[in-house]
Design a protein around this ligand. Sequence first.
Ligand SMILES: NC(=O)c1ccc[n+]([C@@H]2O[C@H](COP(=O)([O-])OP(=O)(O)OC[C@H]3O[C@@H](n4cnc5c(N)ncnc54)[C@H](OP(=O)(O)O)[C@@H]3O)[C@@H](O)[C@H]2O)c1
Length: 246
Amino acid sequence: MDTPLAGKTCIVTGATNGIGEVTAQALAQMGATVIGVGRSPARCADSAARIKAATGNAQVEYVVADLSVQGQVRRLADEIKARHSRIDVLVNNAGMYFSTRQTSPDGIEMTWALNLLNYFLLTNLLLDALKAAPAARVVSVSSGAHEGAKQINFADPEFKTGYSGWTAYNQSKLANVQFTYELARRLAGTRVTANALHPGFVATGFGHNNGGLMGVGMKIAQRVGARPPKGRRRAFTWPVHPKWKA
Ligand SMILES: NC(=O)c1ccc[n+]([C@@H]2O[C@H](COP(=O)([O-])OP(=O)(O)OC[C@H]3O[C@@H](n4cnc5c(N)ncnc54)[C@H](OP(=O)(O)O)[C@@H]3O)[C@@H](O)[C@H]2O)c1
């Protein structure tokens, strides 16, 4: 078996479904020690078992954390750092679309809490462990939908007034890109790189959390989406789009 990532430790958030799970599996297939993150103990156990069975790699562990809750992001980072002094790859992937405005247990609008603040907080909490690796990378899963947002609504980033699911989602994905550019600037001269990507349109569980027309419409639209493994291959081969300027 070809294991170019043997000895490397890779974290994938949102690794119980869709793009995150196939990414975790691909990394395990290449011999990495994989730490998957999900919010459901049962789905974490299922994904870990599936990946171990498919790859034969026993170095696959899952940690349960609801990444929309900042206390759980902090506890997750502490747990990972207690077991691993060095992180080679952090894939910030857990993200969702909310057709109606919802708030996290911290009282923060969910799209902003999960799609942006979670990436920002987890990355910063793990920076020392990333810097301890010989060549680490932070990979943040954004979306081509970021082009639908012209700027961050700094006056009201949580859309306390005028909430629309797509406006909030597009803004969060633009924020992923801007976070990546600023992180890259701050990490210049270190051995850690910051990367963002659009995976293409992939048939996953994305949007299924929404009821009504949106949930049904997403399931129908996804019949033409790429299967997750193809999306993963795209994700790891597409260069950053030239329009993705901070
Ligand atoms: N699919 C596409 O066409 C597409 C296109 C562009 C960008 N993206 C981006 O790709 C990323 C992955 O999406 P996907 O399409 O793979 O969606 P998905 O199939 O719905 O997977 C999302 C993953 O995130 C996890 N998650 C959701 N909320 C969480 C929370 N509060 N705490 C911890 N984990 C949580 C989910 O866990 P559960 O198993 O518990 O639900 C699941 O493992 C997202 O950032 C999305 O914006 C997707």
